[in-house]
Ligand binder design. Structure first.
Ligand SMILES: C[S@@+](CC[C@H](N)C(=O)[O-])C[C@H]1O[C@@H](n2cnc3c(N)ncnc32)[C@H](O)[C@@H]1O
Length: 235
């Protein structure tokens, strides 16, 4: 979850609660001047993890933008959405999007609602704590599950993968696309995939597809992986 700035950011500071408005540009030259999509995000750097745009989110949002034709008619659920940049891009390119974060974290969920209104994005916002089985989870049938920087606390890995595996089973052909800081090689993801009966469809260096103007603002070794059910193990 290391920091290091985020892509295309132009902040206007409102001092009272260290609230900032960051602007994220997509398409064209991904710059303030020449872009096809702008998403504005309200952040609060003194608050919760979910109130800040983490670098993994910038990379996943760019991936959604570059694969927008795939997202345009899909049902998307974002887990641990925080400030929800990838999910918002998906909504702006036509996906039916549900943005989720810890059910008890009203501040993060309310901030997501404000961000949706700010960007005129018609998303469903819902509490979803990994490993909890509230009724609403059973109604989700996503084609694509998104998660940016949701693999940062090993205490939560099994709860996260329990939820991801349930959603993949609940929606035939669904995939989980996640970006994470790669600290110990691919081993962690490999271990979790084997444990939960999942398989890797695609593994990318997060910087390999990022426009240079965004890459220049980010640090770290961030990977993107697409994961699906291993049907051999879920018969
Ligand atoms: C590092 S932040 C990433 C936020 C956002 N995806 C991004 O990359 O900017 C991790 C997010 O996961 C959420 N989260 C942590 N534990 C969770 C849990 N048990 N269930 C659901 N969400 C959780 C946090 O509230 C936070 O929004």
């Amino acid at each position: 979850m290391e920091g290091g700035g985020s892509g295309g950011r132009a902040a206007a500071v409102v001092p009272a609660r260290m609230t900032t408005l960051s602007r994220h540009y997509f398409g064209g030259s991904a710059s303030e001047r020449h872009h096809d999509l702008r998403v504005d995000i309200v952040e609060n750097i003194q608050e919760d993890y979910g109130m800040f745009v983490w670098p993994c989110s910038v990379i996943l949002a760019e991936y959604v933008w570059q694969h927008r034709s795939r997202f345009s008619a899909s049902r998307v659920v974002e887990l641990g959405a925080g400030t929800s940049l990838p999910g918002l891009v998906a909504a702006k390119v036509g996906a039916d999007v549900t943005l989720t974060d810890i059910a008890q974290n009203a501040e993060v969920l309310n901030n997501i609602r404000s961000i949706c209104a700010l960007n005129d994005a018609n998303c469903t916002v819902s509490g979803l704590t990994w490993g909890d089985w509230d009724e609403s989870v059973f109604d989700l049938h996503p084609d694509i599950i998104l998660g940016a920087d949701v693999l940062y606390d090993s205490a939560n890995f099994d709860d996260l993968f329990a939820t991801v595996t349930f959603l993949l089973e609940n929606s035939s052909g669904a995939v989980f696309i996640t970006t994470y800081h790669n600290r110990s090689g691919h081993h962690l993801i490999e271990f979790l995939m084997v444990k939960w009966g999942l398989k890797c469809l695609k593994l990318l260096d997060g910087f390999s597809f990022l426009p240079p103007c965004k890459a220049a603002l980010l640090q770290g070794n961030i990977q993107l992986v697409e994961i699906a059910l291993d049907k051999e193990k879920h018969k």
